[in-house]
Design a binder for this molecule. Structure first.
Ligand SMILES: [Cu+2]
Length: 243
């Protein structure tokens, strides 16, 4: 019986250990920063981390569920008056049963936290070749100022180049959120905040305000269009001529 228990706990911990290794290998295979054009991409990095978290909690959940079900069935009371006759764990065994699984969880937590920290640094470090666009939040609309001074109420950006937004508010606190690019940042009066993103394919998405900013907060959204470079230039020329 004792040998059986030792073998079972060995299998259980061994499975858990290999599951972690497998999960990390799976996560590494997709490329930690998702960089295709020579600079890391915050959106790809956050997606990757999310996938990693889901994988880890799924593996942990399934392994523990199987172990729990096995023990529930194996050691169930077979008749109402049955008295358990289990062997008591020694102090060392009890400590090991508590510490080893807890350490495995903590190792995964630290691993995910370290990945999150790396990702945060990617999000904060603007690539040197980023194109800058100024963003102003007002109750209740966004305005954008391009490098040539053109101002618009839509965000249009060329693909294949990182874009940095330098943002401020004319009145209250807003928050500039672009779900498709996985970035959000507060926009405040008297202060310049920034986000950068990497539009890598033509796509029409939205930016919404993500901080309640008054009566019409819910309509404070506009289009974000990522277009090929030549379309961007043509669009900008048209805007400049119109303005
Ligand atoms: Cu708002």
């Amino acid at each position: 019986m004792r040998r059986l228990e030792t073998t079972l706990s060995g299998i259980f911990l061994g499975t858990l250990g290999s599951a972690f290794v497998a999960a990390s290998a799976f996560a590494e295979g997709t490329g930690a920063d998702g960089s295709a054009d020579g600079f890391p991409d915050p959106a790809a990095g956050w997606d990757h981390l999310w996938k990693e978290v889901l994988t880890d909690i799924t593996v942990i959940g399934v392994v523990f569920m199987i172990a729990a079900l096995y023990m529930l069935i194996k050691f169930r009371a077979k008749s109402p008056d049955q008295v358990g006759g289990g062997r008591k764990l020694t102090a060392a065994q009890a400590v090991a049963w508590a510490l080893i699984p807890a350490s495995l969880f903590m190792a995964d937590d630290f691993f995910l936290a370290a990945n999150g920290w790396t990702q945060w640094n990617v999000q904060r470090r603007v690539p040197a070749n980023a194109m800058e666009i100024k963003v102003t939040g007002q109750q209740w609309y966004w305005s954008f100022e391009y490098p040539d001074g053109t101002e618009t109420d839509q965000l249009v950006v060329p693909i294949g180049q990182p874009i940095v937004l330098r943002m401020s508010s004319d009145d209250v606190i807003h928050s500039f959120g672009m779900p498709a690019y996985r970035v959000t940042e507060d926009v405040m009066p008297g202060r310049i905040t920034y986000i950068w993103f990497n539009p890598d394919k033509p796509m029409d998405t939205v930016v919404t305000c993500r901080e309640f900013c008054g009566m019409n907060h819910s309509v404070m959204y506009t289009k974000v269009r990522a277009v090929p470079q030549k379309d961007y230039e043509a669009w900008l020329k048209k805007q400049a001529a119109a303005g």
